[in-house]
Structures are given as C-alpha cells and as structure tokens.
Design a protein around this ligand. Structure first.
Ligand code: ZN
Length: 159
C-alpha cells in the first residue's frame, strides 16, 4: 500500500464572474490527505500533480466539483409539514436525515399560500469552480494520520 501525501495549500475560489466565494488567506492554508475524497474530485486529482511552492489556476466543472443540479432535491413543501415550533424562514438550513452525506436543505422561498420551497443541492452545484491554488507543503502522511485517515497539523484536525 502506498503512503498518501498530505498537501498544505492556500486557495481562492471564484465564480465564473470573478466574484470571490471563499479563500484561505485569513484562516491560513489547509492540510488535506490526498486521494481520500476529502476535497472536491477536481482538486483531489490536481493536487497530487503539483509540487511545493507551485501555483496553478484551474476551472473545475460541476461533475468534478459540487455536482450537477438535481431537480428532485428542489421541493415544494406545505408549511404544516414542518414541526409546529420550527421557525421557518428564508435561508434556514435543515437536514431530514442524520445519515452521512444526507442533503442539507435550504429554504429558498416561502409563498403566501403556505408553501415552502426548499433546495437540497449544494449551493455550488451546477457551478464551475475557479480555483487559484498555491502549494505550501507536500509531504507523506505520518503513521498517526494514516491510522486516522485524515491530515493533522495546520488546517487539518487538531487533536
Ligand atoms: Zn486524527
């Protein structure tokens, strides 16, 4: 079995119009064990090809990002199907299941007739992801990390 690499990197994520969605400049670089699906597939494929100190700008399509839009996750739900004490309001997020990977629904619209429109797609589903990546460090995972299945240290798990 080969030892996975841990990449520590800075990133900036923009949409197709150049609006910044997220970046690591304030939080500091993140450390990820590669090849484990801990990041979107496009990055999990790109990062192993990069070296310490290297910078790259890439566009990752939805299929290798947060997925294509699944219309079946866009639902119109009567308000009375929510718990009576739920404070249903715009942008509220909820899950209908505790299973790992269960969709996180967001309330997108509430109409006058008592219907709540929810969307269980990732907010970036269907979007091209414009990433700027800078590799700060690239090293083999240590035995603890291999045992845990994730990266430790800056930007990784701290324990
Ligand atoms: Zn751990």
């Amino acid at each position: 079995m080969s030892i996975p690499n841990v990449a520590t990197f800075h990133y900036a994520l923009r949409d197709k119009d150049g609006n910044e969605i997220d970046n690591s400049s304030e939080k500091g670089p993140i450390s990820i064990m590669l090849g484990k699906g801990h990041i979107v597939q496009g990055l999990d494929e790109l990062l192993p090809t990069m070296k310490k100190g290297e910078k790259k700008s890439v566009v990752i399509p939805p299929e290798k990002g947060y997925g294509v839009v699944d219309e079946s996750l866009r639902l119109k739900v009567p308000r009375n199907q929510f718990p009576p004490d739920a404070d249903v309001k715009l942008r509220m997020q909820f899950q209908t299941s505790d299973e790992p990977g269960a969709p996180l629904f967001t309330v997108m619209h509430i109409d006058e007739d008592g219907f709540v429109y929810v969307d269980g797609n990732h907010p970036l589903a269907g979007h091209d992801l414009h990433f700027d990546i800078e590799i700060v460090d690239m090293r083999p995972a240590d035995p603890d990390e291999i045992a845990h299945g994730h990266a430790h240290g800056p930007g990784g798990h701290q324990h």
